[in-house]
Design a protein around this ligand. Sequence first.
Ligand SMILES: [Zn+2]
Length: 273
Amino acid sequence: MKVAIRDDDTSFFTQPEQLEAVYHDVWDRVPVCLAVVPHAMGFADKAIPEKYWQTHRPFPLEENPAIVARLRELLSAGRVTIAQHGFTHEDFPDGHEFQAAPDLESRLVRGQAYLEHLLGTRVRVFVPPHNALSKRGLRAISGAGLNLLGSFLSFRPSLRPWEPQTLPNWWRVRAYRTATGRAKRDRLIYPYVLRYRRHAEFGCHGLIPGTTLEELVRGFEEARQAGGDFCLATHYWEVDGTLKDVLRRFLDHAERTPGVTFVAAEQLFDVRH
Ligand SMILES: [Zn+2]
């Protein structure tokens, strides 16, 4: 069983010490997949320091040389991998970035190339801001051949671009829902990779304020008994002492479990042999 960690929202606004505080004793146990915003927009948001709330311009990651240098070090030490998290992470009047931006394809291509060039690494995974994705957004990601890490992605064929795998995958999720005794509206995180023509998708379990160790262990045990994998998703900027403790105890639980391998989130998509 593969277990991975994804952390969202590293950007121009991130100080290296913030990542250090959460992961200094984690990333040597399990590499952390940092979902990075290439050109983060300055606006009023909990993830952004208040002095930037009125700036309303995008800040390229390279304008913060300290975070760039630290990310390069962490990459070469194998402590982190880099995923793409939107392009500006801004909201539009009618939705989040990858629901509503007019130029999704170019945001994907520019953002991926920017991160790869600046940090000297490959980017194979995309995380949509707010886990929100329109049909058009999904089509753009598939077109770019990026794998998708999400939470609560919709599997309904009507909300997805059509391709031959859409219906069989929907049936797979439905069969799992039935097998686990869930009703239509019950929360479900499907524990296997869903493969489509040009990309694959995997859902993560959130670690947010209020998440308990028991909930995570329950989700982990369900995935394990189903022969699936597990990815934990969090935001460094909201990890306080309580969440950090949940994180550490969850990793202890996973580490004690026979057959568990900690992997970088990218490896969740590798084909099993
Ligand atoms: Zn985000």
